[in-house]
Design a protein around this ligand. Structure first.
Ligand SMILES: Cc1ncc(COP(=O)(O)O)c(C=O)c1O
Length: 354
């Protein structure tokens, strides 16, 4: 069946897979909904987006994405409220970051109507997949790849923008112990750390594997030049609570400008919690762990929202954090998720109805 809105063609799947999905036992990022959005770029412009059944597709083996890694993505979520309204959270921020990533990777920027209207149309079509209840979300993965052919190292002239959707339950990774990076780096000055580019993630896999072999779930990345400043935790921004102040590194060309990070900062400031956006040094962390002023460490990102860290390893020593009765991390997480699920007033105007 072909339906056409003014801007998007829709070819509906003959039969939904939704009844085959065990929503109570879903692993993050493994199950996809019935449809995907596809929009191709060629001859200097974007074509008409189409939403069609989710399926594999063919591209030339010499496509630049395979050889030169011209690929970017975003990660966001849709939420169902108590009255069955479906909501996005700050999609303008993801659009803005997507286009910054595109510019850095010499890829074309996407237009607001394709990105935002595309999101709204596909999420509306797949709304049965957005389940009610705490922690249930529909994870949204917009991405762009270079599909132009030719094994010559230059930017493609053809690209494909897509949106795929994956139902998700609340993300709990167990107790998270981290190791502070002393050698490997995820980003460098002048590099692509501030872009959500595919290569930023594959370059972490090997150091992550080494960390996991030593019993750590995540790496806290430090600055590449001196390995003295704490920058990100795995694929999350990272916060440190020192006494009653929360500190996090300022965004820079080495750090992803996280939507969760900026939202937690705004919430903390609204609540009168002291926030410092400044370089936090490894020495300070070790000292704080020794004298008890370091109360909490937590990662912040769309997938887990807030991920408390129980301890960290630096050089040969492991430092365990004290258990907190009044965790600021968990308070901020609750405030943020209540806004996302429309259980608390959205004083910032962050939520967008589908
Ligand atoms: C490297 C990195 N840092 C931080 C974040 C957090 O960003 P956001 O809060 O927008 O999900 C992400 C993504 O999820 C990331 O990949």
């Amino acid at each position: 069946m072909l339906k056409t809105t003014s801007e998007i063609d829709i070819v509906k799947a003959e039969k939904s897979k939704i009844n085959e999905v065990d929503f109570d036992n879903i692993a993050f990022g493994n199950v996809f909904t019935d449809h995907m959005l596809v929009c191709d770029y060629k001859e200097g412009k974007w074509g008409k987006p189409i939403i069609k059944p989710y399926e594999p597709f063919m591209i030339d083996p010499s496509a630049k994405v395979f050889h030169y890694g011209q690929a970017i993505f975003e990660g966001m979520k849709a939420y169902r409220d108590e009255n069955d309204g479906i909501w996005l959270f700050r999609p303008d921020q993801n659009l803005d970051r997507f286009n910054k990533s595109a510019v850095r990777m010499a890829m074309p920027e996407i237009t607001e109507d394709i990105f935002i209207d595309g999101l709204k149309t596909i999420v509306e079509l797949e709304k049965e997949w957005v389940k009610k209840g705490p922690g249930n979300t529909l994870y949204i993965r917009p991405f762009m790849i270079a599909i132009g052919s030719g094994v010559i190292a230059q930017p493609s002239t053809q690209y494909r923008f897509m949106i795929i959707l994956s139902p998700a339950r609340s993300y709990y990774s167990g107790e998270v112990k981290v190791i502070i990076a002393e050698h490997y780096s995820r980003a460098a000055n002048g590099g692509i750390g501030a872009a959500k580019a595919a290569g930023n993630y594959s370059s972490q896999f090997y150091p992550q594997k080494l960390a996991q072999e030593k019993g750590f779930q995540q790496i806290i990345w430090t600055d590449d030049a001196t390995h003295t400043k704490l920058e990100e935790a795995g694929t999350m921004n990272v916060f440190f609570r020192i006494n009653d102040t929360i500190c996090t590194a300022p965004v820079s060309e080495r750090i992803l400008d996280g939507v969760t990070r900026k939202s937690l900062i705004a919430l903390a400031k609204r609540e009168g919690i002291k926030v410092e956006e400044r370089s936090v040094f490894v020495d300070e962390l070790v000292q704080g762990a020794k004298d008890g002023s370091l109360k909490e460490i937590f990662g912040a990102g769309t997938a887990a929202v807030v991920s408390p860290i129980v301890g960290f390893q630096y050089k040969e020593n492991y430092y365990e954090l004290p258990k907190q009765e009044n965790s600021i991390a968990l308070q901020l997480k609750e405030m943020l998720t209540k806004i996302q699920y429309k259980q608390a007033e959205d004083t910032f105007g962050w939520t967008v109805k589908i």
